[in-house]
Design a protein around this ligand. Structure first.
Ligand code: IVH
Length: 663
């Protein structure tokens, strides 16, 4: 009886919510709504055994979880490949036409929020999971149920998984930051961070206050619902009660796609939410299946990324930072300026040559943008605005942290601090160890690492596993409490179960990126085999060349490194490969590359080796068979020839970006 009434009330209120929030068409009065809600709250309090996760009372928050449970995705949650200009969109279309003979696409605004998977059973929302690393995400159901545009109950009582983006509108973001400013709280950098921060809260009260929104855009098992095209899928999702972006459009040829991209490049500021590009998807589901997937992306979709927004500001000073490898980077200290949704007060100047080539000086007004929409960089000075107060840039010759003399290697633009004991390098290595693609130990930001380092608790990688001995002391540090330290310690403990490739990447062996770590881990299966591998054995492996092989041998030749590995083993860190399959690089594999001109951040040899390690070939001269010509400073006749033959040309920036993406 009571259960029936609870179910009934849930039904009524959920429908009223849908009419109000999704259709923007209220069907009952506020008073009626409140009456139903009060009745439901009372019944749920009195009969907690009948309370349901999809009850609208959960919308108002108040649910607290102890931790986020890890959930394996039934279908991986993939990311999207990128295109940056018309030429690349055309190349995408060519490939699709060649493989499936059709150019029917759906174009969608690329919402800048966080991806979630929504799982319904018999039409009821039972679980919501973040993307995580694509294979495993975190259960954030308690927060997701507070998002009013996500239906708790569908119009049909079906089992279905739907994916979409939770986001915060620009207006809500501005209001939230204003409130935070008034309270003296730190501001959110952009709506995406604000949305993501809200969904990743243990207490759902916070998410409930944040007025988040959601557009759904993907139905992983469309065929199970007799759906043959993506567009049809979206229509179906709308019918079920979801909010689908009204600006999505279908086109029968690539011209329509180009026009759409052009239109939204001009008009994106008119939208109430931030978008960072346009997603282009093959419409026909059978064609999607034929095209398939790489390890990271569907081959049937791509994201056109908008050009980075450029703004001007003044360089107040130039300072130097030291990275994990010892590379010293000049950074411009800027008069704070808003660019691509965040306030920027520091931007990279890459290296000495970059600054001198562009003639960038302190006190210059400069153009700033975000490379790949993430890392702010100074593009060029506005020389017409010089006023005589400009100060020439001068590269330093000693490490700003430890004072060691900096070394510049032949043919390289960067200077290095070669002191392995340099505090800055050590802290950066620790940060790298905990990073997501490495050991993925959550909770450790730059500030905490620095604090623990300065206090002496964390000097080297193995110290992470000793921290639990100092639990009491750590809890007494300012800004920490039992809960936060417990969380950190638990995350450290969990990291012991990672597969070998994560550890290998985390150790920071030079030139061993994500991908190479996987290749090595799957080949050698445990760290002992790898540590005994000879140069000859290593170069024999497909995709491992001279530079990587040397670096791996060097790493394991060091007594210190071997000691570290022994310690990690003693602490119970897994050093075995747990069997995650490796896939070839999409961008480099099977393609012919030609290098011309001088590269500033890497030598010709290293570039060659890295391309080869990703399955590409490097050849000496440009011909029709060449796929890509990589052009550095002062390129030779190969550059002219490449233009003549209409071959794809990458500058160094693009090349490095793709390298990083694939490794
Ligand atoms: S489709 C297999 N559509 O962009 C389907 N993604 O850079 C893959 N995103 O992880 C996703 N708007 O979080 C798709 N209309 C849209 C999107 C969208 C935003 C996000 C999503 C994805 C990321 C990839």
């Amino acid at each position: 009886m009571v259960k029936k009434r609870i179910d009934e009330l849930i039904e009524i209120i959920n429908k009223a919510n849908y009419d109000y929030y999704v259709l923007d068409n209220p069907t009952i009065s506020d008073q009626e709504y409140d009456r139903y809600m009060q009745e439901l709250i009372k019944l749920e309090e009195k009969y907690p055994e009948y309370a349901r996760i999809d009850s609208p009372t959960k919308r108002v928050g108040g649910m607290v979880v102890e931790e986020f449970e890890k959930v394996a995705h039934k279908t991986p949650m993939l990311s999207l490949g990128n295109v940056f200009n018309e030429e690349e969109i055309m190349a995408f279309d060519e490939r699709i036409k060649k493989e499936v003979g059709s150019s029917a696409y759906v174009c969608e605004p690329k919402i800048d929020g966080l991806a979630v998977s929504l799982i319904y059973e018999k039409g009821r929302l039972v679980k919501s999971v973040t993307r995580g690393d694509g294979i495993t995400g975190e259960d954030v159901t308690h927060n997701v149920v507070t998002v009013k545009t996500i239906p708790l109950q569908l119009k049909e009582k079906i089992d279905i998984e739907v994916r979409g983006e939770i986001y915060m509108s620009k207006a809500v973001f501005e209001k939230l930051n204003k409130e935070r400013e008034a309270k003296g709280l730190p501001l959110f950098a952009n709506p995406r961070n604000a949305a993501s921060g809200s969904v990743r809260q243990l207490d759902s009260k916070i998410a409930a206050q944040r007025q988040l929104d959601c557009f759904v855009y993907h139905l992983p098992n469309a065929k199970d619902f007799n759906i043959n095209s993506h567009y049809e899928g979206l229509e179906y999702l709308k019918k079920l009660g979801f909010t689908v972006n009204p600006n999505i459009q279908k086109f029968d040829d690539i011209q329509g796609v180009l026009d759409y991209v052009e239109y939204w490049s001009q008009h994106r500021n008119k939208l109430e939410y931030e978008i960072d590009g346009i997603v282009i998807k093959v419409d026909n589901i059978e064609n999607q299946e034929k095209l398939g997937y790489t390890s990271k992306y569907p081959k049937w979709a791509t994201a056109f990324k908008f050009k980075a927004e450029e703004v001007t500001t003044r360089i107040k000073d130039i300072i130097f930072t030291v990275g994990r490898t010892g590379q010293v980077t000049p950074n411009a200290v800027l008069e704070p300026v808003r660019v691509a949704g965040t306030i920027v007060s520091k931007a990279t100047l890459h290296n000495e040559d970059y600054v001198l080539d562009r003639d960038i000086k302190i006190n210059d007004i400069v153009v700033v943008r975000k490379a790949g929409d993430v890392i702010p960089e100074v593009v060029r000075p506005v020389k017409e605005r010089r006023n005589g107060s400009q100060i020439d840039f001068k590269m330093i010759d000693k490490c700003p942290i430890c004072g060691s003399v900096l070394i510049k290697k032949e043919n390289m633009a960067a200077y290095y601090c070669e002191n392995e004991l340099c505090d800055a390098r050590k802290q950066e290595s620790l940060l790298h160890y905990v990073s997501r693609n490495a050991m993925n130990i959550e909770g450790f930001g730059e500030r905490i690492i620095e604090e623990f380092y300065n206090q002496g608790y964390l000097k080297k990688i193995s110290d992470f596993y000793k921290l639990k001995k100092y639990k009491k002391e750590l809890m007494e540090l300012e800004g920490f409490g039992e809960k936060s330290i417990n969380n950190l310690l638990e995350n450290i403990e969990n990291s012991k179960n990672n597969s070998l490739e994560k550890l290998l990447f985390g150790l920071g062996i030079r030139y061993v990126g994500n991908k190479t770590a996987k290749i090595l881990a799957s080949h050698f299966e445990n760290i002992d085999n790898l540590s005994k591998a000879t140069y000859e054995e290593l170069v024999e492996i497909n995709d491992i060349g001279d530079v990587i092989a040397k670096s791996v041998v060097d790493y394991f030749a060091s007594e210190e490194n071997l000691k570290l590995i022994d310690q990690l083993k003693e602490y119970g860190v897994n050093v075995k490969y747990l069997g995650v399959s490796t896939k070839e690089s999409e961008i480099f594999s099977g393609k012919n590359f030609v290098l011309t001109g001088t590269l500033s951040s890497i030598t010709r040899n290293e570039a060659k080796e890295l391309i080869e390690s990703l399955g590409g070939n490097v050849v000496g001269s440009v011909s029709k068979k060449t796929d890509v010509v990589i052009v550095g400073e002062n390129p030779g006749s190969k550059y002219e020839k490449a233009k003549e033959l209409n071959i794809v040309i990458w500058d160094e920036e693009k090349f490095i970006k793709y390298l990083n993406q694939e490794r």
